[in-house]
Design a protein around this ligand. Structure first.
Ligand code: FAD
Length: 267
């Protein structure tokens, strides 16, 4: 289906982008367009104005600060995969980005777009939550930072409000932590049925499950199989049923991927 008519703006500064977003009620940022143009074609979203972020080159930067990372919201998935900063600071981010969809999606799709869409089957929301990332959100009233634990608020909903822009994702230094990720996708590189990210540090695992709820589910446990299974069983998960998996099967898979993610985090 063709796109419905829509106004289009391509600002060259972040300030102009925020001004456009905050002065038009129906304005929406356009990043890689890998989700947004599809939902617009399906008439599931109908913004009045698309504010294209692709001229905002400063939002593409990836830098390393004190062993941690600053990922510009417009850094592409392929940019992350190729980044030497990511490879040395938190290589799990590149490993997971490389599992997303196909090369075309990874060339166009951005880290910010993946996180802001908050599709519960996406790879990055549980990962950035497990890593303890912080999101920087800019609006006409200024900048604020939101911890990942509070950023994802519902299906397709995040703490980024109307008129605001996610500008960067700050990932702390590993500082001795190990990181892991595991998923059961629909075929190779397909959408996840269930996924889990984990960090293990000082004998404690932080485990974040995806695809089982509207927002990533955060758990903690000792990093052994029995404790991880017990934490998942005790989480009161009520995952959705669909054509790919029943609720019971997703609950079962959640235990499996949580154990694998924690094992991966311990090398
Ligand atoms: C065929 C296909 C398969 C896919 N499979 C997977 C998969 O298995 N796993 C996975 O994780 N992802 C998957 N994706 C999604 C992909 O990873 C993209 O990252 C994702 O679509 C969004 O990135 P984007 O840059 O294209 O954002 P867009 O589509 O441009 O935007 C997505 C949403 O985020 C908002 N937004 C974007 N940037 C910002 C910002 N800086 N501030 C505020 N709001 C913003 C937009 O307004 C829009 O609402 C798939 C996509 C396709 C097309």
């Amino acid at each position: 289906m063709l796109l419905a008519p829509v106004e289009y703006a391509r600002p060259s500064t972040v300030q102009d982008a925020v001004r456009l977003l905050s002065t038009h009620d129906g304005a929406r940022p356009l990043a890689g367009g890998q989700t947004l143009t599809n939902v617009m074609k399906a008439r599931a979203a109908a913004p009045d104005v698309l504010v294209d972020l692709n001229e905002l080159h400063e939002l593409r930067s990836i830098s390393s600060e004190g062993g941690g990372l600053e990922l510009g919201a417009m850094a592409t998935l392929n940019g992350v995969i190729r980044s030497s900063e990511v490879a040395s600071a938190r290589p799990i981010i590149a490993e997971v980005a490389a599992q997303i969809a196909d090369v075309q999606v990874r060339n166009r799709g951005t880290v910010g777009g993946n996180i802001c869409s908050n599709d519960p089957t996406n790879h990055l929301p549980p990962l950035v939550t497990a890593l303890g990332a912080t999101m920087t959100v800019l609006g006409s009233d200024g900048e604020r930072t939101v911890p990942a634990d509070e950023f994802f608020v519902g299906v397709y909903m995040t703490a980024v409000g109307p008129g605001e822009l996610l500008t960067k994702i700050t990932v702390p230094a590993a500082d001795g932590a190990g990181d892991g990720f595991a998923s059961v996708p629909i075929g190779k590189d397909g959408t996840c049925i269930v996924n889990a990210a984990a960090t293990v540090k000082d004998g404690q695992a932080r485990i974040v499950l995806g695809c089982v709820s509207a927002t990533p589910v955060v758990l903690s446990a000792a990093p052994d199989e029995a404790s991880v299974r017990e934490a998942v069983q005790g989480a009161g998960l009520d995952p959705p049923s669909d054509v790919h998996a029943s609720s019971d099967y997703r609950r079962h898979l959640a235990e499996i991927v949580a154990v694998r993610a924690v094992e991966g985090a311990q090398g």
